[in-house]
Design a protein around this ligand. Structure first.
Ligand code: LLP
Length: 421
């Protein structure tokens, strides 16, 4: 459920009419709904009760500081994967003990930043990383709290580019080797073992892969405790999918996911962490864009938008579907038409949808991509020297620009011309 609904025939974000925002900032723009972000965060909060837990928002999905502050104010933790994301979380006022640091390639500088700034735990993905972290922590005279990310070799049954829990993927250490690696961790001077971490992929639409992975984590918890390790936290990753197509059956709900967690690891006395990104931010955002031209091609009509693959890369990168709706509601009885919906970028990959049935729209009309809050703005680039799309946050009847569109001067002045030219 989200808070983007038609009122008097016009699409609104909560109580703000989309054309009102467009009049101020122009198109294209991303718009996020505070009520939807908060609602989705709370669904996870409630789903994990009464277990002790921390919901750590995967900020890679949507990392604007205003969004992080919205969630941080509710007590959310954050899952970060780079020094930059760590600093964003801190800039949003999130305390270090609410931040977990994931990722396969943490540098020593990033480790130092988190150890000195405050961190809840590092999710360590390899033995070389474990050694490096121990050295960095020891050099600072501290110990680094860690969970080791195990790879449970479970098929998440999602798009191959975003599945992470199969043994051929680059993530974590094979679960069978965990006893050895935990023994090594226990010997290292700069390391304090606090738990186990697992994350099997993104946009999962079934619960069974989670169940399989979490059962393996439960078994490992018992084995490691038997070997004398303190396992007091389980980080179960993110990955619960969202409905991208309203016409399709919806993926399982957070409450059902919570039941899986309770059933598989709920009796271990561990504090549970989860790292949802997409389910919190995905349906909390729209990408609003205008039709520039309607071009009649060979046997097809192209709708050419002012948004392109550089603004929302998911369709061209993963073949992802986003529902696209007109901002002004079609009159009842209007026959849908089939369009190839494309952006202005000079490659065929800049295609959002082919043969998409939509109410008729024409030049100057606005359309909105739904479910664009997650992995939308954060994956944007300035390809074709197209300025990064501005981001707007709505809260009830107010809205604010939370990242402005850069001017061409700002973009071009980032380049510098060497003295020999
Ligand atoms: N934790 C870890 C360690 C992750 O790698 C990810 C996502 C998450 C949590 C959050 O997963 P979520 O709840 O959002 O599914 N760009 C792709 C998605 C990449 C996901 C990467 N990892 C897309 O647009 O579909």
């Amino acid at each position: 459920m989200d808070h983007f609904l038609y009122r008097n025939g016009v699409l609104h974000a909560e109580d703000v009419a989309i054309p009102e925002i467009a009049a101020q900032v122009g198109t294209p723009f991303y718009v996020y709904s505070t009520a939807t972000l908060e609602r989705h965060y709370r669904l996870f909060e409630e789903a994990l009760r009464p277990l002790p837990h921390l919901v750590c928002f995967a900020i890679k999905s949507l990392s604007n500081v205003a969004v992080l502050k919205t969630l941080g104010n509710l007590g959310a933790g954050m899952d970060v994967v780079s020094g930059g994301e760590y600093l964003r979380a801190r800039a949003a006022g999130v305390p270090g003990d609410h931040i977990v640091f994931s990722g396969v390639g943490k540098t020593r500088a990033e480790m130092r930043m988190a150890l000195t700034g405050g961190i809840r735990q590092f999710n360590v993905e390899s033995e070389p990383e474990l050694l490096a972290l121990s050295e960095v922590a020891a050099s600072l005279g501290v110990t680094a709290p860690i969970a080791i990310r195990v790879n449970p070799d479970v098929d998440a049954r999602t798009h191959e580019k975003i599945a992470t829990g199969k043994k051929e993927n680059k993530f974590g250490i094979p679960i069978a080797r965990a006893p050895e690696v935990y023994a090594e961790a226990a010997r290292l001077p700069g390391i304090e073992v606090v738990g186990i971490d697992v994350h099997i992929g993104s946009q999962l639409t079934e619960l069974e892969p989670f169940e399989q992975a979490y059962l393996k984590v439960a078994e490992l918890t018992r084995a490691l405790r038997g070997a004398g390790h303190t396992i007091r936290r389980l980080d179960l990753g993110g990955g619960l999918g969202i409905p991208y197509e309203r016409s399709n059956t919806a993926p399982p709900l957070p409450v059902e996911y919570g039941e899986v967690i309770k059933r598989t690891v709920g009796d271990l006395g561990c504090e549970i962490e989860i790292e949802p990104g997409r389910l919190i931010s995905g349906n909390a955002g729209l990408l609003v864009t205008s039709v520039i031209y309607l071009k009649h091609g060979e046997g097809r009509d192209f709708l050419i938008l002012d948004a392109a693959m550089n603004d929302l890369v998911r369709p061209s990168m993963y073949g992802a579907h986003h529902d696209i709706v007109p901002v002004v509601e079609p009159a009842p009885g209007e026959e849908p038409k089939a369009y190839d919906i494309v952006g202005p970028v000079c490659e065929t990959g800049d295609t959002f949808a082919r043969g998409r049935l939509m109410p008729p729209v024409g030049p100057g009309d606005m359309v909105a991509f739904r479910s664009a809050g997650a992995y939308g703005a954060v994956m944007a680039s300035e390809y074709n020297t197209r300025p990064l799309v501005p981001e707007i946050l709505v809260n009830g009847d107010q809205f604010a620009v939370i990242r402005a569109r850069p001017s061409f001067d700002e973009i071009i002045n980032r380049d510098s011309i060497p003295s020999w030219l």
